[in-house]
Design a protein around this ligand. Structure first.
Ligand code: TRP
Length: 488
Protein backbone atom coordinates (compact mmCIF):
# COMPACT_ATOMS: atom_id res chain seq x y z
CA UNK A 1 0.00 0.00 0.00
CA UNK A 2 1.34 3.39 -0.95
CA UNK A 3 0.98 6.12 1.65
CA UNK A 4 0.04 9.70 1.07
CA UNK A 5 -0.07 12.59 3.53
CA UNK A 6 -3.60 13.33 4.77
CA UNK A 7 -3.24 16.94 3.69
CA UNK A 8 -0.77 19.56 2.54
CA UNK A 9 -0.62 20.77 6.11
CA UNK A 10 0.56 17.44 7.47
CA UNK A 11 3.30 17.37 4.85
CA UNK A 12 4.38 20.84 5.95
CA UNK A 13 4.30 19.85 9.61
CA UNK A 14 6.34 16.73 8.94
CA UNK A 15 8.89 18.50 6.76
CA UNK A 16 9.21 21.45 9.13
CA UNK A 17 9.42 18.91 11.94
CA UNK A 18 12.30 17.29 10.14
CA UNK A 19 14.06 20.56 9.45
CA UNK A 20 13.55 22.14 12.85
CA UNK A 21 15.68 20.24 15.31
CA UNK A 22 18.77 20.28 17.47
CA UNK A 23 20.37 22.02 14.50
CA UNK A 24 18.23 25.12 14.99
CA UNK A 25 18.20 25.37 18.75
CA UNK A 26 21.45 23.73 19.84
CA UNK A 27 23.85 24.03 16.92
CA UNK A 28 22.90 27.24 15.13
CA UNK A 29 23.23 29.53 18.16
CA UNK A 30 26.56 28.06 19.22
CA UNK A 31 28.21 28.12 15.81
CA UNK A 32 26.88 31.63 15.35
CA UNK A 33 28.55 32.48 18.64
CA UNK A 34 31.81 30.81 17.65
CA UNK A 35 32.08 32.60 14.32
CA UNK A 36 31.29 36.00 15.71
CA UNK A 37 27.58 36.49 15.08
CA UNK A 38 26.30 38.83 12.37
CA UNK A 39 28.41 37.96 9.38
CA UNK A 40 28.02 34.25 9.99
CA UNK A 41 24.24 34.59 9.94
CA UNK A 42 24.52 36.48 6.69
CA UNK A 43 26.67 33.73 5.14
CA UNK A 44 24.26 31.10 6.37
CA UNK A 45 21.26 32.89 4.85
CA UNK A 46 23.20 33.18 1.60
CA UNK A 47 23.80 29.40 1.57
CA UNK A 48 20.18 28.72 2.45
CA UNK A 49 18.93 30.84 -0.46
CA UNK A 50 21.40 29.79 -3.16
CA UNK A 51 21.97 26.17 -2.22
CA UNK A 52 19.37 25.08 0.32
CA UNK A 53 16.20 26.28 -1.37
CA UNK A 54 16.99 24.86 -4.85
CA UNK A 55 18.03 21.52 -3.39
CA UNK A 56 14.95 21.42 -1.17
CA UNK A 57 12.83 21.85 -4.32
CA UNK A 58 14.85 19.15 -6.05
CA UNK A 59 14.39 16.62 -3.29
CA UNK A 60 10.63 17.23 -3.06
CA UNK A 61 10.26 17.06 -6.86
CA UNK A 62 12.31 13.89 -7.30
CA UNK A 63 10.71 12.15 -4.35
CA UNK A 64 7.23 12.90 -5.59
CA UNK A 65 8.07 11.76 -9.09
CA UNK A 66 9.72 8.54 -7.96
CA UNK A 67 7.14 7.75 -5.26
CA UNK A 68 9.53 5.41 -3.44
CA UNK A 69 12.29 5.48 -0.88
CA UNK A 70 15.35 7.38 -2.17
CA UNK A 71 17.23 4.26 -3.31
CA UNK A 72 14.37 3.05 -5.49
CA UNK A 73 13.30 6.53 -6.54
CA UNK A 74 16.77 7.23 -7.89
CA UNK A 75 16.96 3.84 -9.58
CA UNK A 76 13.65 4.50 -11.30
CA UNK A 77 14.37 8.07 -12.32
CA UNK A 78 17.75 7.14 -13.76
CA UNK A 79 16.12 4.35 -15.75
CA UNK A 80 13.59 6.86 -17.06
CA UNK A 81 16.43 9.17 -18.07
CA UNK A 82 18.41 6.38 -19.68
CA UNK A 83 21.25 6.84 -17.21
CA UNK A 84 23.08 4.33 -15.07
CA UNK A 85 20.88 2.85 -12.33
CA UNK A 86 23.92 3.25 -10.09
CA UNK A 87 22.67 6.71 -9.24
CA UNK A 88 20.81 4.82 -6.56
CA UNK A 89 24.11 4.66 -4.66
CA UNK A 90 23.21 8.18 -3.69
CA UNK A 91 20.20 6.74 -1.92
CA UNK A 92 22.41 4.23 -0.17
CA UNK A 93 24.87 6.79 1.06
CA UNK A 94 21.90 8.86 2.20
CA UNK A 95 20.57 6.01 4.30
CA UNK A 96 23.99 5.52 5.85
CA UNK A 97 24.33 9.25 6.55
CA UNK A 98 20.88 9.32 8.14
CA UNK A 99 21.66 6.41 10.43
CA UNK A 100 25.04 7.85 11.38
CA UNK A 101 23.53 11.24 12.14
CA UNK A 102 20.75 9.72 14.21
CA UNK A 103 23.30 7.69 16.19
CA UNK A 104 24.75 10.84 17.74
CA UNK A 105 21.63 12.97 17.45
CA UNK A 106 19.93 10.54 19.78
CA UNK A 107 22.67 10.80 22.41
CA UNK A 108 22.36 14.59 22.47
CA UNK A 109 18.57 14.35 22.44
CA UNK A 110 18.94 11.99 25.41
CA UNK A 111 20.90 14.65 27.25
CA UNK A 112 18.11 17.06 26.41
CA UNK A 113 15.56 14.74 28.00
CA UNK A 114 17.74 14.40 31.08
CA UNK A 115 17.97 18.18 31.27
CA UNK A 116 14.20 18.56 30.96
CA UNK A 117 13.81 16.53 34.13
CA UNK A 118 16.65 18.30 35.87
CA UNK A 119 15.19 21.69 35.06
CA UNK A 120 11.71 20.61 36.16
CA UNK A 121 12.99 19.28 39.47
CA UNK A 122 14.55 22.65 40.23
CA UNK A 123 18.06 21.28 40.12
CA UNK A 124 19.52 24.37 38.42
CA UNK A 125 17.91 26.90 40.73
CA UNK A 126 20.46 29.00 42.63
CA UNK A 127 23.36 26.99 41.28
CA UNK A 128 26.76 28.57 40.80
CA UNK A 129 28.78 28.21 37.60
CA UNK A 130 30.69 25.33 39.19
CA UNK A 131 27.48 23.68 40.27
CA UNK A 132 26.08 23.80 36.72
CA UNK A 133 29.33 22.49 35.30
CA UNK A 134 29.21 19.72 37.86
CA UNK A 135 25.71 18.70 36.77
CA UNK A 136 26.85 18.60 33.15
CA UNK A 137 30.00 16.62 33.94
CA UNK A 138 28.14 14.15 36.12
CA UNK A 139 25.78 13.39 33.26
CA UNK A 140 28.33 13.26 30.46
CA UNK A 141 30.92 11.24 32.33
CA UNK A 142 28.42 8.56 33.23
CA UNK A 143 28.18 6.23 30.26
CA UNK A 144 25.35 4.25 31.84
CA UNK A 145 23.16 7.32 32.29
CA UNK A 146 23.85 8.51 28.76
CA UNK A 147 23.05 5.04 27.51
CA UNK A 148 19.75 4.93 29.38
CA UNK A 149 18.58 8.25 27.89
CA UNK A 150 19.89 7.36 24.43
CA UNK A 151 17.97 4.09 24.61
CA UNK A 152 14.78 5.85 25.66
CA UNK A 153 15.04 8.34 22.80
CA UNK A 154 15.62 5.62 20.20
CA UNK A 155 12.66 3.67 21.56
CA UNK A 156 10.40 6.73 21.28
CA UNK A 157 11.57 7.30 17.70
CA UNK A 158 11.05 3.67 16.78
CA UNK A 159 7.56 3.61 18.30
CA UNK A 160 6.50 6.73 16.36
CA UNK A 161 7.86 5.43 13.04
CA UNK A 162 6.68 1.85 13.49
CA UNK A 163 3.09 3.06 13.71
CA UNK A 164 3.24 4.17 10.10
CA UNK A 165 3.12 7.37 8.12
CA UNK A 166 -0.45 8.34 9.07
CA UNK A 167 -0.80 6.62 12.44
CA UNK A 168 2.65 7.50 13.72
CA UNK A 169 4.57 10.20 11.90
CA UNK A 170 1.58 12.47 11.17
CA UNK A 171 0.09 12.14 14.63
CA UNK A 172 3.39 12.87 16.31
CA UNK A 173 4.25 15.97 14.28
CA UNK A 174 0.70 17.31 14.48
CA UNK A 175 1.14 17.49 18.22
CA UNK A 176 4.81 18.41 18.38
CA UNK A 177 5.03 21.27 15.91
CA UNK A 178 2.30 23.57 17.25
CA UNK A 179 3.55 22.91 20.78
CA UNK A 180 7.04 23.84 19.70
CA UNK A 181 5.97 27.14 18.18
CA UNK A 182 3.95 28.16 21.21
CA UNK A 183 6.79 27.38 23.61
CA UNK A 184 9.28 29.20 21.39
CA UNK A 185 7.14 32.34 21.32
CA UNK A 186 6.78 32.25 25.12
CA UNK A 187 10.54 31.98 25.46
CA UNK A 188 11.25 34.84 23.05
CA UNK A 189 8.68 36.96 24.90
CA UNK A 190 10.46 36.24 28.13
CA UNK A 191 13.86 37.02 26.62
CA UNK A 192 12.59 40.32 25.23
CA UNK A 193 11.81 41.46 28.72
CA UNK A 194 14.99 40.13 30.27
CA UNK A 195 17.09 43.20 29.60
CA UNK A 196 19.62 41.62 27.26
CA UNK A 197 17.57 41.82 24.10
CA UNK A 198 19.24 44.74 22.36
CA UNK A 199 22.67 43.28 23.04
CA UNK A 200 21.49 40.02 21.48
CA UNK A 201 20.18 41.81 18.40
CA UNK A 202 23.46 43.59 18.11
CA UNK A 203 25.43 40.38 18.41
CA UNK A 204 23.30 38.50 15.91
CA UNK A 205 23.00 41.16 13.26
CA UNK A 206 26.13 43.29 13.41
CA UNK A 207 28.64 41.79 10.96
CA UNK A 208 32.11 40.98 12.29
CA UNK A 209 34.16 39.97 9.26
CA UNK A 210 37.35 39.31 11.19
CA UNK A 211 35.85 36.58 13.31
CA UNK A 212 34.44 35.05 10.16
CA UNK A 213 37.53 35.17 7.99
CA UNK A 214 40.49 34.77 10.35
CA UNK A 215 41.53 31.62 12.17
CA UNK A 216 41.33 31.61 15.95
CA UNK A 217 42.32 29.11 18.62
CA UNK A 218 39.98 27.40 21.09
CA UNK A 219 40.23 30.31 23.48
CA UNK A 220 39.09 32.70 20.74
CA UNK A 221 42.44 34.46 20.15
CA UNK A 222 43.52 35.09 16.55
CA UNK A 223 46.27 32.85 15.20
CA UNK A 224 49.15 34.59 13.43
CA UNK A 225 51.75 33.45 10.91
CA UNK A 226 55.51 34.03 11.05
CA UNK A 227 55.05 37.65 9.99
CA UNK A 228 52.52 38.34 12.70
CA UNK A 229 49.70 38.46 10.16
CA UNK A 230 46.32 36.95 10.97
CA UNK A 231 45.63 33.72 9.09
CA UNK A 232 42.85 33.78 6.51
CA UNK A 233 40.41 30.84 6.45
CA UNK A 234 37.23 29.75 4.70
CA UNK A 235 36.31 27.44 7.55
CA UNK A 236 33.37 29.57 8.67
CA UNK A 237 31.88 29.52 5.19
CA UNK A 238 32.22 25.77 5.12
CA UNK A 239 30.52 25.46 8.48
CA UNK A 240 27.75 27.79 7.29
CA UNK A 241 27.20 25.68 4.19
CA UNK A 242 27.28 22.41 6.09
CA UNK A 243 24.79 23.83 8.49
CA UNK A 244 22.46 24.96 5.71
CA UNK A 245 22.25 21.33 4.59
CA UNK A 246 21.94 19.98 8.08
CA UNK A 247 19.27 22.34 9.31
CA UNK A 248 17.14 21.87 6.19
CA UNK A 249 17.54 18.06 6.38
CA UNK A 250 18.99 18.03 2.87
CA UNK A 251 21.48 15.80 1.12
CA UNK A 252 20.50 12.40 2.48
CA UNK A 253 17.00 11.84 1.13
CA UNK A 254 14.84 12.68 4.16
CA UNK A 255 12.94 15.36 2.27
CA UNK A 256 12.91 13.18 -0.85
CA UNK A 257 11.24 10.51 1.24
CA UNK A 258 8.63 12.92 2.57
CA UNK A 259 8.13 14.26 -0.96
CA UNK A 260 7.28 10.76 -2.13
CA UNK A 261 4.17 10.84 0.09
CA UNK A 262 3.06 14.16 -1.40
CA UNK A 263 0.02 14.54 -3.63
CA UNK A 264 0.62 15.41 -7.32
CA UNK A 265 -1.53 18.53 -7.25
CA UNK A 266 0.46 20.53 -4.76
CA UNK A 267 2.73 23.45 -5.63
CA UNK A 268 6.15 22.32 -4.56
CA UNK A 269 7.47 25.87 -4.94
CA UNK A 270 5.12 27.04 -2.24
CA UNK A 271 5.92 24.05 -0.03
CA UNK A 272 9.68 24.57 -0.25
CA UNK A 273 9.36 28.28 0.49
CA UNK A 274 7.23 27.60 3.57
CA UNK A 275 9.56 24.93 4.92
CA UNK A 276 12.73 26.92 4.38
CA UNK A 277 11.21 30.11 5.82
CA UNK A 278 9.85 28.42 8.92
CA UNK A 279 13.13 26.63 9.58
CA UNK A 280 15.09 29.85 9.28
CA UNK A 281 12.56 31.67 11.43
CA UNK A 282 12.91 29.09 14.19
CA UNK A 283 16.70 29.31 14.12
CA UNK A 284 16.60 33.10 14.42
CA UNK A 285 13.95 32.96 17.14
CA UNK A 286 16.02 30.41 19.03
CA UNK A 287 18.93 32.84 18.93
CA UNK A 288 16.63 35.61 20.16
CA UNK A 289 15.44 33.37 23.00
CA UNK A 290 18.93 32.31 24.05
CA UNK A 291 21.38 35.19 23.57
CA UNK A 292 19.51 37.78 25.67
CA UNK A 293 19.72 35.44 28.66
CA UNK A 294 23.38 34.84 27.94
CA UNK A 295 24.16 38.56 27.80
CA UNK A 296 22.07 39.69 30.72
CA UNK A 297 23.95 37.20 32.89
CA UNK A 298 27.34 38.25 31.53
CA UNK A 299 27.99 34.82 30.08
CA UNK A 300 30.02 33.98 26.99
CA UNK A 301 28.04 33.64 23.74
CA UNK A 302 30.98 31.81 22.15
CA UNK A 303 31.07 28.97 24.63
CA UNK A 304 30.62 26.31 21.95
CA UNK A 305 28.57 23.13 22.12
CA UNK A 306 28.11 23.69 25.85
CA UNK A 307 26.08 26.84 25.23
CA UNK A 308 22.81 25.03 25.82
CA UNK A 309 23.94 22.64 28.54
CA UNK A 310 26.32 24.77 30.56
CA UNK A 311 25.78 28.43 29.78
CA UNK A 312 22.02 28.58 29.52
CA UNK A 313 21.22 26.63 32.72
CA UNK A 314 23.34 29.16 34.54
CA UNK A 315 21.01 31.82 33.23
CA UNK A 316 18.03 29.74 34.36
CA UNK A 317 19.63 29.40 37.80
CA UNK A 318 19.26 33.05 38.66
CA UNK A 319 16.23 34.13 36.67
CA UNK A 320 12.79 34.61 38.17
CA UNK A 321 10.76 31.60 37.04
CA UNK A 322 13.96 30.01 35.79
CA UNK A 323 12.94 26.47 36.61
CA UNK A 324 9.74 26.84 34.61
CA UNK A 325 11.35 28.58 31.64
CA UNK A 326 14.19 26.07 31.70
CA UNK A 327 11.79 23.15 31.62
CA UNK A 328 9.91 24.69 28.72
CA UNK A 329 13.15 25.27 26.87
CA UNK A 330 14.39 21.71 27.11
CA UNK A 331 10.94 20.29 26.40
CA UNK A 332 10.93 22.36 23.21
CA UNK A 333 14.29 21.03 22.25
CA UNK A 334 13.06 17.49 22.84
CA UNK A 335 10.00 18.03 20.62
CA UNK A 336 12.23 19.44 17.90
CA UNK A 337 14.64 16.50 18.15
CA UNK A 338 12.00 13.79 18.05
CA UNK A 339 10.32 15.02 14.87
CA UNK A 340 13.75 15.25 13.21
CA UNK A 341 14.81 11.80 14.34
CA UNK A 342 11.72 10.37 12.68
CA UNK A 343 12.83 11.74 9.32
CA UNK A 344 16.37 10.44 9.72
CA UNK A 345 15.22 6.85 10.06
CA UNK A 346 12.24 6.81 7.65
CA UNK A 347 14.20 6.44 4.35
CA UNK A 348 15.88 3.28 5.61
CA UNK A 349 12.65 1.89 7.03
CA UNK A 350 10.76 2.57 3.80
CA UNK A 351 13.55 0.96 1.81
CA UNK A 352 13.46 -2.21 3.92
CA UNK A 353 9.69 -2.40 3.53
CA UNK A 354 9.85 -1.91 -0.25
CA UNK A 355 12.83 -3.98 -1.20
CA UNK A 356 13.16 -6.56 1.55
CA UNK A 357 9.41 -6.96 2.02
CA UNK A 358 9.76 -6.48 5.76
CA UNK A 359 6.86 -5.45 7.92
CA UNK A 360 7.12 -1.87 9.12
CA UNK A 361 7.47 -2.84 12.77
CA UNK A 362 10.32 -5.21 12.05
CA UNK A 363 12.06 -2.81 9.68
CA UNK A 364 11.91 0.01 12.23
CA UNK A 365 13.05 -2.16 15.12
CA UNK A 366 16.08 -3.46 13.21
CA UNK A 367 17.12 -0.06 11.93
CA UNK A 368 16.64 1.39 15.39
CA UNK A 369 18.79 -1.34 16.89
CA UNK A 370 21.70 -0.73 14.52
CA UNK A 371 21.53 3.01 15.14
CA UNK A 372 21.34 2.45 18.89
CA UNK A 373 24.46 0.32 18.74
CA UNK A 374 26.32 2.89 16.64
CA UNK A 375 25.36 5.49 19.24
CA UNK A 376 27.72 3.80 21.69
CA UNK A 377 30.61 5.41 19.81
CA UNK A 378 29.23 8.83 20.67
CA UNK A 379 28.52 7.88 24.28
CA UNK A 380 32.09 6.76 24.79
CA UNK A 381 33.30 9.90 23.03
CA UNK A 382 31.48 11.91 25.69
CA UNK A 383 33.19 9.92 28.41
CA UNK A 384 36.62 10.48 26.89
CA UNK A 385 37.34 7.94 24.17
CA UNK A 386 39.53 9.32 21.38
CA UNK A 387 40.75 8.01 18.03
CA UNK A 388 44.13 7.59 19.70
CA UNK A 389 42.69 5.09 22.19
CA UNK A 390 41.01 3.14 19.41
CA UNK A 391 44.06 3.20 17.16
CA UNK A 392 46.37 2.05 19.91
CA UNK A 393 44.01 -0.71 20.94
CA UNK A 394 43.90 -1.94 17.35
CA UNK A 395 47.68 -1.74 17.01
CA UNK A 396 48.04 -3.52 20.34
CA UNK A 397 45.80 -6.31 19.14
CA UNK A 398 48.18 -7.04 16.29
CA UNK A 399 51.20 -6.76 18.54
CA UNK A 400 52.42 -3.28 17.62
CA UNK A 401 52.03 -1.62 21.04
CA UNK A 402 55.22 0.39 20.75
CA UNK A 403 53.83 2.65 17.97
CA UNK A 404 52.57 5.95 19.32
CA UNK A 405 49.83 7.86 17.57
CA UNK A 406 50.76 11.45 18.15
CA UNK A 407 49.30 13.24 15.16
CA UNK A 408 46.81 15.95 16.11
CA UNK A 409 44.23 14.05 14.15
CA UNK A 410 44.11 11.33 16.78
CA UNK A 411 42.92 13.72 19.43
CA UNK A 412 39.51 13.82 17.88
CA UNK A 413 36.86 11.51 19.17
CA UNK A 414 34.55 9.26 17.14
CA UNK A 415 31.62 11.65 17.64
CA UNK A 416 33.55 14.55 16.12
CA UNK A 417 34.57 12.35 13.22
CA UNK A 418 31.04 11.15 12.54
CA UNK A 419 29.68 14.68 12.85
CA UNK A 420 32.27 16.15 10.49
CA UNK A 421 32.08 13.33 7.99
CA UNK A 422 28.28 13.40 7.75
CA UNK A 423 27.45 17.11 8.10
CA UNK A 424 30.43 18.58 6.27
CA UNK A 425 31.11 15.93 3.64
CA UNK A 426 28.27 13.48 3.02
CA UNK A 427 25.37 15.95 3.08
CA UNK A 428 26.91 18.61 0.79
CA UNK A 429 28.22 15.91 -1.53
CA UNK A 430 24.84 14.17 -1.60
CA UNK A 431 23.06 17.47 -2.21
CA UNK A 432 25.44 18.42 -4.98
CA UNK A 433 24.96 15.11 -6.77
CA UNK A 434 21.18 15.31 -6.41
CA UNK A 435 21.27 18.76 -8.02
CA UNK A 436 23.48 17.49 -10.83
CA UNK A 437 21.20 14.51 -11.37
CA UNK A 438 18.12 16.72 -11.61
CA UNK A 439 19.75 19.45 -13.69
CA UNK A 440 21.92 17.45 -16.07
CA UNK A 441 20.75 13.84 -16.15
CA UNK A 442 16.96 13.94 -16.00
CA UNK A 443 14.89 15.10 -18.98
CA UNK A 444 13.55 18.61 -18.81
CA UNK A 445 10.02 17.34 -19.39
CA UNK A 446 10.06 15.09 -16.36
CA UNK A 447 11.32 17.72 -13.98
CA UNK A 448 9.10 20.39 -15.49
CA UNK A 449 6.00 18.33 -14.86
CA UNK A 450 6.62 18.41 -11.13
CA UNK A 451 6.50 22.19 -11.23
CA UNK A 452 3.18 22.42 -13.05
CA UNK A 453 1.33 23.60 -9.94
CA UNK A 454 3.98 26.15 -9.05
CA UNK A 455 4.33 29.73 -10.23
CA UNK A 456 5.68 29.62 -13.79
CA UNK A 457 8.76 31.65 -12.91
CA UNK A 458 9.95 29.09 -10.43
CA UNK A 459 10.89 26.38 -12.90
CA UNK A 460 13.37 28.34 -15.04
CA UNK A 461 14.99 29.84 -11.96
CA UNK A 462 15.25 26.45 -10.29
CA UNK A 463 16.62 24.87 -13.47
CA UNK A 464 19.33 27.47 -13.78
CA UNK A 465 20.24 27.15 -10.10
CA UNK A 466 20.58 23.36 -10.00
CA UNK A 467 22.58 23.34 -13.21
CA UNK A 468 24.98 26.20 -12.67
CA UNK A 469 24.84 27.72 -9.23
CA UNK A 470 24.23 25.28 -6.40
CA UNK A 471 26.59 22.47 -7.49
CA UNK A 472 29.32 24.92 -8.36
CA UNK A 473 29.10 26.67 -5.01
CA UNK A 474 29.24 23.37 -3.14
CA UNK A 475 32.16 22.25 -5.27
CA UNK A 476 34.08 25.45 -4.65
CA UNK A 477 33.74 25.11 -0.92
CA UNK A 478 34.81 21.47 -1.21
CA UNK A 479 37.88 22.02 -3.33
CA UNK A 480 38.83 24.63 -0.85
CA UNK A 481 38.73 22.25 2.09
CA UNK A 482 40.99 19.77 0.40
CA UNK A 483 43.20 22.65 -0.61
CA UNK A 484 43.07 22.14 -4.39
CA UNK A 485 41.57 25.50 -5.00
CA UNK A 486 41.89 28.67 -3.07
CA UNK A 487 39.79 31.78 -3.41
CA UNK A 488 42.48 34.26 -2.59
N1 TRP B 1 17.37 19.18 10.33
C1 TRP B 1 17.48 18.61 11.63
C2 TRP B 1 18.09 19.61 12.59
O1 TRP B 1 18.31 20.73 12.24
C3 TRP B 1 18.26 17.34 11.65
C4 TRP B 1 17.89 16.42 10.56
C5 TRP B 1 16.74 15.75 10.41
C6 TRP B 1 18.67 16.12 9.44
N2 TRP B 1 16.75 15.04 9.25
C7 TRP B 1 17.92 15.26 8.65
C8 TRP B 1 19.91 16.51 9.07
C9 TRP B 1 18.42 14.82 7.44
C10 TRP B 1 20.40 16.07 7.85
C11 TRP B 1 19.69 15.24 7.04
O2 TRP B 1 18.33 19.29 13.71
Amino acid sequence: MKHEWSSRLTFILAAVGSAVGLGNVWKFPYITGEYGGGFFIFAYLFCVALIGLPIMLTEIALGRRGKHSPVNTLAELSLEAGASPRWNLLGWSGMIAGCLILSYYSVIAGEVMAYTFRAASGMFTQQTADGIKGIFNTLTSDAEKLLAWHTLFIVLTVVAVARGVKGGIEKTVTFLMPALFIVLLVLVGYAMNSGGFSQALDFMFTPDMDKFFYARNDAGAYLVDANGEKIFTWKALMVAMGHAFFTLSLGMGAIMMYGSYLNRHVSIGKMAMIIVSLDTLVALLAGLAIFPLVFVNNLDPASGPGLIFETLPLAFASMPGGAFIGTLFFALLFFAALSSAISLIEPTVAFLIESKKMRRIKATAWTGFVIWLTGLATIFSMTGLTLKDIGEALLGAIGLDEIELNSALFQYNPFQVIDFFTASIMLPLGGMLIAIFAGWIMDRESTQREFSFSNRFIYPVWYFMVRYISPVLVLMVFLNIIGIFSFD
